[in-house]
Design a protein. Structure first.
Length: 613
């Protein structure tokens, strides 16, 4: 047994160093990354990233400077919103031909075509379906348009509006950072530019604030006011799936700004969705010190993985300055020039049948204490002509019956009703408010409807009634609408169309529909249709009780408009019949909602849009 003390037989080195062994093909390095906040390691050292040179813009800077496209050649160029668009001249074909534009943005969506004639008029151009591209032997994305003989065209390639969705953690662990987070959300709303941005807000565990994506700062600020004060979700992956799904149909480089500590569960479909949509994710990581069972290493790995999707980034944040810097960095990631390759060919025109659009909404059971969903003001003609009979019954009596059915339906759906009559006294141009805008039960409205009694020799002051409608709608809640029910023309020297335009100039965003009752004068029908178009509404002529009831019900329903790039517009009724549309791309606008959605109508296909929350 040794009698030496430890000090006598131990020789402790002054310095101990551990080196990473040189990696080889047979024995690569075991290290996945160097440093706490780095995503690089031996792999990146041994595999140098090849930087691809961005092609310079090669098209003309304006329509006047458009560059003639060489036929069938592949063009490489780049565009940047607010910086440059490319203009290309397409020579006039000798016969009607189909223009085929194959636009490759490496799945980035950073460039979009638009076609114009030489006078600047918009020519409809639509994105082809995969089947149409296959039939033509071309790759997607493919855009199609019809060119008329002996006319030249200008093709513009530009970067679309940039869609960005901000999603944030609402769990209790983020409590210390919520004030800074809310200030940062407000800053990004105030800095939005409607000519550049499309922005949406999505709190974890909730639904999108408002409908669709917007770029108007004042509307975005209003949406932030919709944030519920309570919320407790840390489901990062579920929120990323929601945001990616919203972005799936958006043009442009799609972006997500994610704010979370990533103390989350696992949602298997996430990576499938990210692969499909390819959003550029700015992953802003806040500390998880307040989370239940935090796992900082796993959480950091998750955030770094998400930040690597499609050229995004990961950044650790904890202060107001960090939030501001992180948002600025995320936006900057979206703003660079966007490369594209394009090949343009001409082929025979292939006729395409129309598609269809159906918009539906299932309303939840109504809370009696809830405010109105929308407001409807009826302007009813009570001039002498409404005393005439249809199948033995006076016109005004048919109107009373139809209005009773409308009130019954409106009560169930939470629609506030108002009633103003015009044509009150003989030889006068007066109107009178019979029922202010309110939620009415049928029994309460019955006595008011019984007051409708036309006067012989009463005139038809439609414009005067419209002039009063602004005051009638002053306290209206929800989306406001006006329905004019009349059987004759303006007879008080007013200008109803100008009165309709005046309402719009006063900032009253009201839709105006006109229901003609037994109108047999085609010229008068054309006039009514023109007035309705000025009010973003529709004109319909009815001749009996059933058609009047249907017209009033349709007018009380939420309406929508599908607007093509050339201004062609088709209107429809939510939860009504499907409408036929030529195949192509449209902007969908829903009355009473401040967002808009881009939709693609495909031939012989019905597109169903469900607004149900």
């Amino acid at each position: 047994m040794s009698t030496q003390t430890p000090a006598e037989y131990l020789r402790i080195p002054e310095q101990l160093r551990v080196f990473e062994a040189a990696s080889t093909t047979q024995q690569p390095s075991i290290l996945g990354e160097w440093g706490e906040f780095s995503q690089a390691s031996a792999y990146e050292r041994d595999h140098e990233v090849a930087h691809i040179a961005l092609p310079a813009p090669t098209g003309g800077a304006t329509a006047e400077l458009a560059v003639t496209l060489p036929p069938a050649d592949i063009i490489a160029s780049s565009v940047r919103r607010g910086g440059n668009a490319d203009w290309w001249r397409i020579a006039a074909p000798a016969e009607q031909r189909e223009l085929r534009v194959m636009l490759d943005t490496d799945q980035q969506g950073g460039a979009h075509p638009a076609l114009f004639d030489t006078a600047g008029g918009v020519i409809p151009m639509r994105r082809a379906t995969a089947k149409e591209a296959e039939d033509r032997g071309m790759a997607m994305p493919l855009y199609l348009a019809v060119l008329e003989p002996n006319q030249s065209y200008n093709l513009r390639i530009e970067e679309p509006l940039r869609p960005i969705i901000i999603v944030w953690d609402t769990s209790g662990s983020t409590g210390p950072y919520k004030p800074a987070m809310q200030r940062a959300l407000r800053d990004i709303a105030l800095q939005a530019d409607p000519d550049r941005d499309l922005i949406g807000f999505l709190p974890f565990g909730g639904s999108f604030l408002g409908e669709g994506l917007l770029g108007a700062p004042e509307l975005l600020i209003r949406r932030l006011g919709m944030i519920a004060q309570s919320g407790n979700s840390s489901n990062s992956e579920g929120a990323l799936i929601q945001a990616s799904d919203m972005l799936a149909d958006q043009d442009g480089v799609r972006g997500i700004i994610l704010i979370t500590d990533a103390a989350t569960g696992q949602d298997a479909p996430l990576w499938e969705m990210l692969t499909k949509v390819r959003p550029r994710i700015g992953a802003l990581a806040i500390p998880s010190t307040g989370a239940f069972g935090p796992n900082p290493d796993r959480e950091r790995d998750l955030m770094e993985n998400w930040g690597r999707v499609n050229g995004g980034f990961y950044q650790y944040i904890s202060t107001q300055a960090d939030f501001t810097e992180g948002f600025a960095r995320a936006v900057d990631k979206m703003r660079g020039p966007k490369p594209y390759e394009m090949r343009v060919t001409l082929g025979p025109v292939v006729a395409q049948p129309d598609g269809q659009l159906r918009v539906i909404e299932t309303l939840a059971e109504r809370d009696a204490a809830a405010p109105p969903n929308s407001s409807l003001l009826i302007l009813i003609d009570t001039s002498g002509s409404m005393l005439q009979r249809i199948d033995g019954q006076r016109r005004y009596q048919i109107a009373q019956t139809a209005l009773s059915q409308l009130v019954k339906s409106a009560e169930a759906r939470g629609i506030a009703i108002g009633l103003r009559q015009f044509g009150v006294a003989p030889d006068a141009c007066d109107s009178a408010l019979l029922a202010p805008i309110s939620l009415y039960a049928l029994e309460d409205m019955a006595g008011i409807l019984n007051k409708i009694l036309p006067q012989n020799n009463a005139r038809t002051p439609i414009a005067a009634a419209l002039a009063m409608a602004g005051n009638d709608l002053a306290n209206a809640q929800g989306a406001p609408r006006i329905v004019i029910l009349t059987d004759g023309e303006e007879t008080c020297d007013g200008d109803p169309k100008q009165a309709i335009l005046d309402l719009a100039e006063q900032g009253i965003a009201v839709r105006i529909d006109i229901v003609g009752f037994a109108i047999d004068d085609p010229a008068l029908s054309d006039t009514f249709a023109d007035w309705a178009a000025a009010g973003q509404g529709q004109y319909v002529n009815v001749s009996d009780l059933a058609s009047l009831e249907r017209a009033l019900l349709d007018a009380s329903q939420t309406q929508y408009r599908a607007i093509a790039v050339d201004g062609f517009t088709v209107s429809g009724t939510v939860s009504g019949d499907a409408v036929a549309l030529p195949a192509g791309r449209y902007t969908l606008m829903i009355d009473g909602r401040d967002g808009e959605t881009t939709i693609d109508i495909e031939p012989q296909t019905e597109l169903l849009i469900d607004l149900t929350k």
